[in-house]
Write a protein that binds this ligand. Sequence first.
Ligand SMILES: [Zn+2]
Ligand SMILES: [Zn+2]
Length: 237
Amino acid sequence: MLEVDLHVHTHFSNCGLHSILEMIGYARQIGVKTLAITDHGAAVGGRVSNVFYHRFENVFSDIKVFKGIELNLIGQDGKTDMPMAQLKNMDIVLLGIHANTEIGLGAKKNTDMLIRAMEENPFIDIISHPNSREYPLDFSRLAKAAKRHGVVLELNNSKTLLNSVDDEITKNLIRACIENECQMIINSDAHAITELGRDESVRPFLEELHFPDELLLNRNPEVVDEFIRRRKKNKLV
Ligand SMILES: [Zn+2]
Ligand SMILES: [Zn+2]
């Protein structure tokens, strides 16, 4: 189980089943120590709640709650669906390729778009589910660029749990991160409480490929806190 889960959806995403409080409540129940609420950007129907970002205060002492978003690409120039001025309010920013992006562009173009986004946008912290079946990527180029920009590549538990990704593609992603010493994070990408904090679908891949522990960002909550602090400081410059 994950002590730190930085990718979770709520009612503010079309596909999220529960409220923010329900997600936090269940996370506390199962012992998650750090949770990030990361609903979708507007391009796939996500609704950013200003009230959440400006007025919600975590009242629980046994869990840390970060406020984030999962962005989408909205063009081939690496642009995303939230202005930089708004991204400044976020503790954590994920970027993933979703259904609003054309299928069939090919690995080179898909990779170019993500690399361009990392180059142009200092707020991006994590690339979510790069192992998608529909949007192939050049993992070696992606891992090199992510490392250069201090961005972490995600190992997404739900995608494997729900059989929407192929094991061999997932293993190739992990191999590219090992070869290029690029950090990874295991996230649940929970859309329902039953998916929250889970990592058992992807852990065996890390064991099989002897993934170095020091490249796993959420190996403990302190390392994640330090990552978020450091990234936020960079964003102010
Ligand atoms: Zn996603
Ligand atoms: Zn997601």
